[in-house]
Design a protein around this ligand. Sequence first.
Ligand code: ADE
Length: 358
Amino acid sequence: MLEQITEPLLSWYDGHARVLPWREDHSPYRVWVSEIMLQQTRVEAVKPFFERFVKALPDVQALARCPEDELLKLWEGLGYYNRVRNMQKAAQIVTEEYDGAFPADYEKLLALPGIGHYTAGAIGSIAFGIRMPAVDGNVLRVLSRVKASYEDILKQSVKTAMEQEVKKIIPAGRPGDFNQALIELGAIVCVPNGKARCGECPLAFCCRAKAEGIVDELPKKKAKKERRVEARTVLILREGDRVAIRKRPSRGLLAGLYELPNLTGHLSEDEVLEQVRQWGLSPLRILPLAGAKHIFSHVEWQMTGYAVSLEETEHMDRSGMFFIDAKETEEKYPVPAAFAAYAGYMDIVLGQGRYEER
Ligand code: ADE
């Protein structure tokens, strides 16, 4: 039944595709960068990240040799930092093995680090015109509704079956437009939150969910496992004009990024002062800060905080912490957005906030 969607979908896309920075030219590098970013956040939020990223790192070679801190800084606020590390590994492979040019081959794209079926399909179809599907959450929503399917779209088997079906109806001349049209329809008409705009939908004529009055019930997603909640105490340790940051371990959550010193649990003022002394620092004053929350995919941090001013000392061993000018942190050191609420006390802005009007 799906063959009938191809033509109306493409005609609709011709008239309604949004003008987006990554649609200006379809170089595989730009398509790749945008698609990875779009897996993390909304189109509007991606735009400034994308512009800055491709300006700083205009091609695969530039990405391949970018120092890690600079790379993570460009990604700051997007989350899932391993994605950008994988991008760098892939860029190094493309540089070394393919002479800096992405292979125009679906299987070879798929073999690169961080590139799964969706991304290989997106790069393959948009940049190279390869007839392979790019099925993301938008596409799964549109097609679940068109088919009135109650299958759980979080199941890999359901996604794979959908990819097979889509593959059969990709038009030879316009695979990239077709895939983007399906994604676009899901993003702006068959929307994820709020009422679907069925009155504007080019597929309304054949949508089974619409005919059966069940659009709002679809797609089905089985409830995910609950997130683990972790209590943490975040510290702003001030020494004159400088504030302490430290580098996180190279493995695990937020690996290799910089953070404000923080401790497990919600600590009292006395417990914090005790810990600060154990780090070899001399606290002068302590001030409690407001609580904050940050949600990661599997963990939620419930944070309390303190600002502690320290006596200025010369000693070198500071338990892995270094004291830097707050502005320098904002400009140079990648600090995850989880700390954004506390960065405010240092008069700096982190992550997505960096792109919003101040
Ligand atoms: N979401 C995922 N890929 C996209 C694209 N190419 N354009 C707009 N939104 C998207």
